[in-house]
Write a protein that binds this ligand. Sequence first.
Ligand code: ASP
Length: 315
Amino acid sequence: MQSPPQPSAATVVILATGGTIAGTAASADDHVGYTAARLGVQQLLAAVPGLAGQAIEAEQIAQVDSKDMSFDLWRQLVQRVEQHLARPEVAGVVVTHGTDTMEETAYLLQRVLAPAKPVILTGAMRPASAREADGPQNLADAVRVAREPGARGVGVVFAGTVFGALDVRKTHRQRVDGFGAGDAGPIGRLDGASLQRARDWPGGTALGTALLDRPWPRVEIVASHAGATGALVDALVAQGVDGIVAAGTGNGSLHHALEAALRTAQAAGVAIRRSSRVPDGLLLPTGHDELPASGAPTPAQARIELMLELMALRR
Ligand code: ASP
């Protein structure tokens, strides 16, 4: 349990994990054919002259393309963030991360730690070698928000906008402002040096890091679509899957064949949650829902929520 930052807390700890922000390509015009996770955290810092002289500690936690994020790395990252937050001199933590699974890591950090200090994830849509790389500004903004008085909880800072971990999702495949928070909207926007806040920081009860030492359940995502069948669900059940998130259509609706297989799986003891392929909006009850809806915004975040729920049941 951390206490809120002391007024004297000045240090921001940057934990680097790789991603496009640390990626390089052969040409400064290449935004696509680059290799992620090449530059170390000191090189990322050197690209932001405004951070020189600030009380910053930097640590390389990993060097991965975040599409390859693993449970082991998640556990290691969450524990390291918690250790730094417990230090009174630390105002907040910044995590540099690939954009592909940033919404998942942010969600996990918030649900497990619900920190009283800010933990800010950021990254880049263009590699560090790009002529107009977005990473340096995002990193400067993330450090700025990690020092924001009153900031708490896990956020994502991208293209001058701050999103809460429980609402954030990647919304564009190429644009530098490639993140959003759906109907919830952003926590705020950076206007020069000041943060114009629109809503509250994320809250909730911390589930605690001890949970992550338990075996991680196998939870898979299966999408509903035209012509869907129950074949994938049946195969997963035969393999002993613990949970399935069904990425439904629209308001979480499911093809009848897929739904029938999911109901059979549920009867066999597999935990089922409905989510939606459509990124924005809520899952509203219809009065004839056969399977429970997830409250998490995306299927990938619904999967984390269900994994944590199942881990809490494991002793
Ligand atoms: N594949 C990269 C990653 O997630 C994409 C990015 O960082 O934008 O690490």
